[in-house]
Write a protein that binds this ligand. Structure first.
Ligand SMILES: *C/C=C(C)/C=C/C=C(C)/C=C/C1=C(C)CCCC1(C)C
Length: 243
């Protein structure tokens, strides 16, 4: 791809380029969050280190993609949809892994992990089709993607993951609940952004807007916020090790 061509390019940022601004701030925030998670690792009990490490990997993978997306936007003033979805297809399964790692204490099996990963990939691949190759049928692909999203929401709120969290109780249950809210509310920003950026029945209601601003804000909330929730569970569960 042209990645090598534009990655070393310096482009002019116009003062009213608020989309470019959110790419820059997003990139920096993801880098800072990664440093924060990685450098905190040694303070935790072994069994929580993997969870915090995964939080750091999620923001680190995003930081690398934001670095490219920021350049791409600067060079072409166009949505970096390809990099966006490569980022998501790597980071969303890692967020599913976070659910699994937390619930392992209550006996979560790997089939829970694979079920969530499967539906998240269905959600993202169909979303990608709707935004790119089949954009004249964006509403239809978005609906399929939305259905897969609801399978995930169901699984964590009411399905087997919810039962495991209930069985674990305590801080694990509390953390699971907060992560459930991230998926229900924080992740819902993405379909909203999709509807702002594509044409469909919803366009007459919502109008159009910047899909990138919506996605950039959502990523900051969901990747950094989600990671911090895991981080605070690890802090609490490590007990007196910090004092
Ligand atoms: C770090 C990145 C995250 C948490 C990305 C999450 C993405 C979604 C929840 C995307 C969902 C979509 C729909 C539910 C319908 C329209 C198409 C998508 C892919 C934007």
């Amino acid at each position: 791809m042209n990645a090598i061509l534009f990655s070393s390019m310096v482009t002019k940022m116009l003062p009213d380029d608020y989309i470019g601004f959110t790419f820059f701030v997003g990139c920096m925030a993801m880098m800072a969050a990664s440093a924060f998670f990685f450098l905190s690792l040694s303070q935790f009990d072994k069994k929580w280190r993997t969870s915090v490490l995964v939080s750091g990997l999620i923001t680190f993978i995003a930081a690398v993609h934001y670095y490219y997306m920021r350049d791409y936007w600067g060079a072409f003033q166009e949505s970096p949809t390809f990099f966006r979805y490569v980022d998501w297809v790597l980071t969303v399964p890692l967020m599913c892994l976070e659910f699994y790692l937390i619930l392992k204490v209550a006996g979560a099996k790997t089939n829970l992990l694979w079920k969530m990963v499967f539906w998240s990939v269905v959600m993202l691949v169909t979303g990608y089709f709707g935004e790119t190759v089949f954009s004249d049928q964006a509403a239809r692909w978005g609906a399929i993607s939305g259905a897969a999203y609801f399978v995930i929401v169901y699984e964590i709120w009411l399905g087997s993951a919810a039962k495991l969290a209930q069985a674990a109780g305590g801080d694990v249950l509390k953390t699971h609940k907060i992560l459930c809210w991230f998926v229900l509310v924080g992740w819902a920003i993405y379909p909203l952004g999709y509807m702002l950026g594509t044409e469909g029945w919803y366009t007459s209601i919502l109008g159009s807007g910047s899909v990138d601003v919506a996605y950039n804000i959502a990523d900051a909330i969901n990747k950094i916020g989600f990671g911090l929730v895991i981080y605070s569970l690890a802090v609490k569960s490590t007990g007196t090790a910090n004092s």
